[in-house]
Design a protein around this ligand. Structure first.
Ligand code: BTN
Length: 249
């Protein structure tokens, strides 16, 4: 059972001292709840990567109701929730005065070249999604530096008077609700402006699909959330998100 429970803005949180993965715990909760733990022993990331969750970081999973059917005419696809979560996280960190943060498509949160936070969205049931978010806050990132691809960064080193884990969770919950409500009315097109700001400028990338590697300049996303590249030949190409295995900068 959780050690602590209570309201957290519009959400209700359940805090465990230790968990395997908060995304697993969240599956058992109704929508509108947060599963959070102090130490996470089996945290996972995208592509089944391991996510190290030592004490001092925020390891939390938010449950979100999915109203079926999707309003596809308005551009609302639940497959876009990773973009929604990325934008909410970005908005929160910018709001803390962190000017160096940006998103790397689809939703890696970087401070400069270092990874500050990660997002893993899962859908355990037809009518519910779990948005798992890990943020390095006070945890010792020097110990994980050798184990992950991007060098890690933590919030406590980047902002003056770093807020408590609980305050970060509450702020994240309210940013998530704000972006979710914009998204559920207008879909990705309604987020396009915010997301373009979050990706901060054009940059050379390589996109790997099963069949090819496409190199070009990342210029943003289309109204479906697919990356748009301008190619050396002067042409523009949109790569369907579901075909993409990796995007390298
Ligand atoms: C990534 O960068 O690939 C995503 C990492 C997501 C980690 C968070 S921590 C809370 C939640 N529980 C998990 O097992 N994963 C997410």
């Amino acid at each position: 059972p959780p050690e602590e429970e209570g309201p957290c803005g519009d959400w209700t949180y359940h805090e465990w001292a230790e968990a395997f993965s908060t995304n697993d715990l969240a599956r058992t909760l109704p929508p509108g709840h947060i599963a959070v733990c102090r130490v996470q022993t089996g945290g996972r990331g995208r592509f089944n990567r391991k996510w190290i969750g030592e004490e001092g970081g925020l390891w939390a999973s938010f449950t979100v109701p999915l109203s079926a059917p999707e309003d596809t005419a308005a551009g609302v696809h639940w497959g876009h929730l990773p973009l929604v979560a990325g934008l909410a996280l970005f908005n929160m960190l910018r709001g803390m005065g962190l000017d160096s943060v940006r998103l790397r498509w689809p939703n890696d949160l970087l401070a400069g070249k270092s990874k500050l936070a990660g997002i893993l969205v899962e859908r355990p049931a037809e009518n519910m999604a779990v948005i798992g978010i890990g943020i390095n806050v006070f945890n010792d990132v020097s110990s994980i530096a050798g184990e992950i691809k991007d060098p890690p960064a933590r919030l406590a080193d980047l902002v003056r008077d770093c807020p408590s884990l609980h305050a970060v969770m509450a702020s994240l919950g309210s940013h998530l609700n704000q972006v979710l409500s914009v998204f559920s009315h207008g879909g990705v097109p309604a987020l396009q402006e915010g997301l373009s700001r979050a990706w901060a400028g054009e940059r050379p990338v390589s996109i790997l699909t099963d069949d090819e590697t496409v190199r070009g300049i990342f210029t943003g996303i289309d109204d479906q959330g697919n990356p748009v590249l301008s190619l050396p030949a002067g042409t523009v190409r949109t790569i369907p998100a579901h075909l993409i295995n990796r995007l390298l900068e």
